[in-house]
Design a protein around this ligand. Structure first.
Ligand code: COA
Length: 323
């Protein structure tokens, strides 16, 4: 009998503070109109001083566990997709594991930039399918605004903070049907933050600790790559475009999302869009969108969900899920 990983429940968390496009007009030479028409973003949440990625992920994870009716002590795995960990080590997943009271099970972070949650989900899925893990808490969370250069209008308008989580459980009935994970380090210079441990903590007037991005190139590669990725995911799951009930894409740019929907031949009514409210929360984006869709009643049990993400690395990853 095949063992599948099924999503039992979801959760999410956002910082309280909302920063609108109008607020950003006061900080950099931009306009609400430019941001909306180029990206679809209207506002984003920004973490308070002292509020960390781990705090947001903890809240999302706690909510998912509560809704799943799963005790933290029953978890075999705690995994967090993030590129903005609280500290360099221990892994933020270990800090969360301890706060939840899941001590003893494996806990680790996955850094695949914006594809972090999708990578974490793919890893957890394979641990469950092989029988090594029965219950996993999989989270994606970021406080990306911490490394945004608020003087750089090309990037500061794009990002926000947030977290999402799912509880996975081993079952006999289909759950996650396929996952596809990819990276091409040849594109490392298109989207990166150069500050690190081994290269040294270079922080020249905060210009080192910042997101560097070649937006136009990233945009083009994202559209092309996601186009191929959704085809690959359908094939891996043995499905057709018409089998997809909901596309739950990475929330970076509405125009990229629309291009992927077009490729799938599905109307925007079947696409979960939260980029207007959350902006790009990197690893937080897909699980945050999923939880929003579940709580709004849009996503229902038995439906087929296509999740995908794209980010620095470059990385790209997807999952086809029977919810
Ligand atoms: N406000 C106003 N004008 C801005 C601006 C802002 N916030 N940011 C850039 N501009 C200007 C540019 O300076 C440029 O001016 P110029 O023509 O006088 O040189 C003009 O707007 C067009 O810039 P361009 O970069 O060509 O715009 P674009 O249509 O490609 O949109 C992005 C820019 C960043 C929105 C778009 O490229 C994008 O979304 N790329 C993908 C980024 C992404 O998703 N990254 C994360 C992946 S996980």
């Amino acid at each position: 009998m095949t063992t599948y990983a099924r999503i039992v429940a979801t959760g999410s968390a956002l910082p309280a503070r909302v920063v609108t496009n109008a607020d950003l007009e006061k900080v950099v030479d931009t306009s609400d109109e430019w941001i909306r028409t180029r990206t679809g973003i209207r506002e984003r949440h920004v973490a308070a001083e002292g509020e960390t990625t781990g705090d947001l992920a903890f809240r999302a994870g706690q909510q998912a566990l509560k809704d799943a009716g799963v005790k933290a002590s029953d978890l075999d795995m705690v995994v967090l997709g993030t590129t903005t960990p609280d500290i360099i080590f221990p892994a933020t997943a270990c800090l969360i594991q301890n706060r939840l009271g899941a001590n003893g099970c494996m806990a680790f972070d996955v850094n695949a930039a914006c594809s972090g949650f999708m990578y974490a989900l793919g890893i957890a899925n394979n641990f469950i399918r092989t029988g090594q893990v029965k219950r996993a808490l999989v989270m994606g969370a970021e406080t990306l605004t911490r490394m945004v250069d608020w003087e750089d209008r090309q990037t500061c308008v794009l990002f926000g903070d947030g977290a999402g989580a799912v509880v996975l459980e081993a079952t006999d009935a289909p759950g996650i049907l396929a996952t596809c994970l990819h990276a091409d380090g040849g594109y490392k210079d298109l989207l990166y933050n150069p500050v690190g441990v081994s290269v040294g903590f270079k922080d020249e007037k905060n210009h080192g600790v910042r997101i560097n991005m070649k937006g136009r190139e990233v945009f083009k590669i994202a559209v092309k790559t996601l186009d191929a990725l959704v085809g690959e995911t359908l094939t891996a799951a043995g499905m057709q475009e018409t089998d997809v009930d909901w596309l739950i894409p990475h929330q970076a740019n509405l125009r990229i999302i629309e291009a992927t929907a077009k490729r799938l031949g599905i109307s925007m009514e079947r696409v979960i869009v939260t980029v207007d409210k959350h902006a790009n929360t990197s690893s937080g984006s897909v699980p945050l969108a999923l939880d929003t869709a579940v709580r709004s009643g849009k996503v229902r049990r038995g439906q087929n969900l296509l999740l995908e993400a794209f980010g620095g690395g470059l990385t790209w990853a997807s999952a086809m899920i029977r919810y």
